[in-house]
Design a protein around this ligand. Sequence first.
Ligand code: ZN
Length: 111
Amino acid sequence: MKDILVSLLEKNRNNRFLKNKIELQCKCGHSEKITYYDILASGEFNIGKPIPIISPFISESIYDETINVSPLIFLKKCPDCGGEITSVFPVSLENLIPILQLQPPDPQMYG
Ligand SMILES: [Zn+2]
């Protein structure tokens, strides 16, 4: 699954969505901003166990539809204290892949 993500990422280097930034904050007070792209391209994340959430597409007749989403958990070593900064990516794997697939492929081929 991670491989799919990484290859999609390569095709989406210029995707505007991936230029969003996330702020990482360590217990020691260190904080830094990193783009979605850098997080994912670093490969320093784990795909968490799927968790059920209530579907955002609930219709009037369905009250309890749940879907499973897999959180992306990002781990990074703090440059100040060496501790681990853990952060949950704001978009789940299931939602991220369609975002990356939406982008039309670049007409120019690179190698
Ligand atoms: Zn720290």
